[in-house]
Design a protein. Structure first.
Length: 155
């Protein structure tokens, strides 16, 4: 009987091989052929990582069939996922009025608090720095315009 981890690794190998084939088959535009980072570079990298990890699991020596766990199952919390989905909707609606930095920092802080983080003196600076870093990468490095501040401050 085949072990579950090997079955999953085999399915990941098939998926990764198909993903690599599709990425290699992607037709590049004439100006994309000389770019250092092409549109199919990241998919090819992900496919190679998937193939390597699949082979690693498939070629590992066999272990125990199953491991007994003595801890009782934890009941599933149905409230937090609903709150997080509602926060995502609120985040999407607040991007224009609050700006990217404010909306993203607020979303990260409130969702972390919903998930149980209570060190607010660390949480707030980390979320603000993260939002600013993401804005910098997307706006300045990738050249995608994101309004960082509320629409009240911009004309």
């Amino acid at each position: 009987m085949i072990r579950l981890d090997r079955l999953i690794a085999l399915s990941l190998l098939v998926f990764s091989l198909a993903y690599a084939w599709l990425a290699l088959d992607y037709e590049l535009l004439p100006f994309e052929r000389n770019l250092p980072f092409k549109p199919n570079t990241m998919p090819l990298g992900l496919a190679v990582v998937g193939i390597v990890l699949s082979f690693a699991v498939l070629l590992m020596p066999g272990g125990r069939e199953s491991i007994a766990v003595d801890t009782p199952p934890v009941p599933y919390d149905r409230v937090r996922p609903v709150i997080l989905v509602a926060l995502m909707i609120i985040y999407a609606l607040s991007l224009r009025p609050l700006g990217f930095v404010g909306a993203t920092a607020g979303f990260l802080a409130v969702s972390a608090a919903v998930l149980g983080e209570r060190k607010f003196h660390i949480l707030v600076p980390v979320t603000v720095i993260s939002a600013l870093a993401i804005w910098h990468l997307v706006h300045e490095q990738l050249g995608i315009f994101l309004n960082p501040w509320p629409t009240v401050f911009t004309s």
